[in-house]
Design a protein around this ligand. Structure first.
Ligand SMILES: *[C@@H]1O[C@H](CO)[C@@H](O)[C@H](O)[C@H]1NC(C)=O
Ligand SMILES: *[C@@H]1O[C@H](CO)[C@@H](O)[C@H](O)[C@H]1NC(C)=O
Ligand SMILES: *[C@@H]1O[C@H](CO)[C@@H](O)[C@H](O)[C@H]1NC(C)=O
Ligand SMILES: *[C@@H]1O[C@H](CO)[C@@H](O)[C@H](O)[C@H]1NC(C)=O
Ligand SMILES: *[C@@H]1O[C@H](CO)[C@@H](O)[C@H](O)[C@H]1NC(C)=O
Ligand SMILES: *[C@@H]1O[C@H](CO)[C@@H](O)[C@H](O)[C@H]1NC(C)=O
Length: 454
């Protein structure tokens, strides 16, 4: 398993924050992006960069610390080397740091200090992935074999009618090494360019410590399938999920009546779509609810939207290239967002990307396919990236299915507790406290207290 030239969508979405917020478009020097005025005494997050997109990206990296994916002092030090709005400086700050921590990890004999080896390898892996946020990084092997119990990488065969057979890389993380007792299992779908490795540190750890097995995967459009198999996002994401579920239901240590899907960010959309075709899931968590990324973007690009809706592909493509992608006056975040989008949808045409993106949205059929299963919809109070998309998703799950109000739980994470940003990153304890309470109320689950190694 390789780590990927990617970061979480949590991060790529960060890239559109400035653009979509419409706050920082008037600037003339893209290497010194002007930012919305940042008031450190009262901001949704404490910004490690004056550039809001980079600040969100750095918050993501530091948020992996608790789950063993980074260390706080290391990320703070790296942050001192990054110039706001300058993508090259992200690479040049992270890359040598990653190399040094990697060298440190290599210097450790895992028979003498397995924890030191594992943790330094994990930190180096994260810094390599972070270095590649704006650029292509060195692949690196995450040290899941050094976990206790070891993480189990596996690959399943999937099939989409037009692209044929493809591979879905996944990991199984076992909560209880001491026995094969069937345990509840959380399956995690990452986002727009999220790596499943980030999800291990951010979400799996929280589940594992509560006695849940954890499974992560990446489907078409997501980092590894995009890079190594050339696969763009597809509307039938369930074709990736179903064979993963086929695989895990054969395991003795999985309680097949307690498999819960957690989709993060754009994974909230993909997860709902996949769940609507996979009846073996007991429930669904959308962290956050993201009914339609296309609609979020559409609501904020009014002038371009008219062109899009006119159906003039040539004109729309030209406007996006000239006005945004090749426009040095645009902030890094907006230029980068469009480039990344074209990459993950494997097209040179913004019109084509925006059209395909629209097909990956929650619909009434999605909600009805999820049917009578409990759904948890999360929202960050001051989500700068997806605005009110969670409210839209909530309304759909409540109104477009019988008994929807009873079956849908909504939780807004608040800014006063540091949890108001997109996906409430960096406050995973609060997030899982709420998940656990919901699971207890819904299914009577009780949680263990596992000393799981990070
Ligand atoms: C942009 O900012 C850099 C760094 O401060 C500076 O060297 C450069 O001259 C600026 N370019 C323009 C066009 O203002
Ligand atoms: C502080 O933040 C809150 C929430 O975003 C906002 O309502 C309030 O106006 C801010 N106060 C100041 C002084 O900026
Ligand atoms: C399969 O993938 C192709 C290529 O991305 C896509 O156009 C098609 O809609 C997908 N099939 C289904 C049923 O979604
Ligand atoms: C589409 O836009 C292009 C360039 O902006 C223009 O030349 C062309 O006439 C338009 N096509 C139609 C069918 O309106
Ligand atoms: C480039 O971006 C700037 C800043 O938003 C904008 O004022 C300008 O019109 C854009 N250029 C083009 C060609 O659209
Ligand atoms: C409400 O949903 C729960 C499951 O979340 C179910 O156990 C309960 O019977 C439902 N109540 C009604 C009135 O449908």
């Amino acid at each position: 398993m390789h780590s990927l030239p990617s970061t979480a969508m949590r991060m790529t979405l960060a890239a559109i924050s400035v653009f979509l917020a419409g706050e920082a478009l008037a600037q003339s020097n893209h290497s010194q992006a002007e930012s919305p005025i940042y008031d450190p005494t009262n901001a949704t997050i404490f910004q490690m960069s004056a550039d809001p997109g980079q600040a969100f990206f750095m918050l993501n990296t530091v948020s992996l610390a608790k789950g063993g994916g980074s260390d706080v002092g290391e990320v703070f030090r790296i942050a001192t080397q990054i110039q706001p709005g300058n993508e090259d400086s992200v690479y040049s700050a992270f890359m040598p740091f990653a190399d040094k921590i990697h060298t440190l990890a290599e210097s450790i004999d895992p028979r003498i200090d397995p924890v030191g080896a594992r943790e330094n390898y994990f930190h180096a892996s994260t810094y390599y992935r972070s270095a590649s946020y704006y650029l292509v990084a060195n692949p690196d092997d995450p040290p899941v074999a050094l976990l206790q119990p070891p993480g189990e990488p596996f690959t399943v065969r999937a099939k989409n009618s037009s692209i044929g057979l493809y591979d879905v890389p996944a990991y199984f993380f076992k909560a209880d090494a001491s026995c094969d007792k069937p345990l509840p299992t959380i399956v995690i779908i990452t986002g727009y360019d999220a790596s499943q490795q980030d999800e291990y540190h951010a979400q799996c750890i929280e589940g594992l410590r509560r006695g849940f097995n954890c499974v992560t995967l990446e489907g078409p459009g997501q980092p590894s399938p995009r890079r190594y198999q050339g696969l763009p996002f597809i509307p039938d994401y369930w074709t990736a999920l179903i064979p993963v579920i086929d695989n895990i239901v054969t395991r003795k240590d999985v309680d097949i009546s307690k498999i819960i899907l957690l989709g993060e960010s754009f994974g909230g959309t993909l997860g709902a779509i996949a769940a609507s075709h996979e009846p073996r899931l007991a429930g669904l968590i959308c962290l956050d609810g993201l009914a339609s990324l296309q609609k979020v973007i559409a609501s904020r690009i009014d002038p371009l939207l008219d062109l899009f809706e006119s159906g003039n592909k040539t004109a729309f493509d030209q406007a996006v290239y000239e006005g945004l992608i090749n426009n040095a006056s645009q902030p890094l975040s907006s230029r980068y967002y469009f480039q990344q989008s074209l990459y993950t949808f494997k097209t040179k045409s913004p019109f084509d990307w925006f059209t395909q993106l629209g097909k990956i949205s929650m619909t009434i059929e999605t909600v009805q396919g999820v049917g009578q299963r409990p759904v948890y919809v999360a929202k960050g109070q001051d989500d700068t990236l997806t605005g009110n998309a969670a409210d839209v998703a909530l309304k759909m799950f409540q109104e477009e299915r019988p008994n929807g109000k009873n079956l849908t739980y909504f939780h807004e994470f608040t800014t006063d507790l540091g949890a108001g940003e997109h996906c409430s990153i960096g406050t995973e304890t609060q997030v899982w406290t709420s998940f656990a309470a919901w699971m207890h109320r819904t299914w009577g689950f009780k949680f263990s207290n596992v000393a799981y190694s990070t």
